[in-house]
Write a protein that binds this ligand. Sequence first.
Ligand code: THU
Length: 130
Amino acid sequence: MAEDLFALARSAMRKAHAPYSKFPVGAAIRTSDGRIYAGCNIEVVSFPEGWCAETTAIAHMVMDGGGRIAEIAVLAEKLALCTPCGGCRQRIAEFADPRTKVHLCDETGVKETLLLGDLFPRGFAAEDLG
Ligand code: THU
């Protein structure tokens, strides 16, 4: 079911621009209405200014009209089961809900599926702004 997301995340990972960390990452999103977007990490020479694969995929979704994330697959070339970083958990949560599936992959496929609510419990939420 999520193997299509895995394949797209792996293709995206191969496009990574990660000359500084040499840690290519790919991600692919399925929206609740069935659209799919992928992304890779993109680094720049002023290192903190780069961004993550998940963020690129989210940007594609937003530029295509937005939506809600039903599932996301993440894959790193040099680390099996790479979980989204803290900043990306917050960014995913912006467009997702606690039941959103986060598929952790290795180079052969989906190896573990978590719920965003387990990966990012008690996150800062829109209601907290008052
Ligand atoms: N990276 C991602 O793209 N996603 C993650 O969830 C973890 C980290 C990227 C950021 C940076 O380009 C490289 O991996 C090393 O941190």
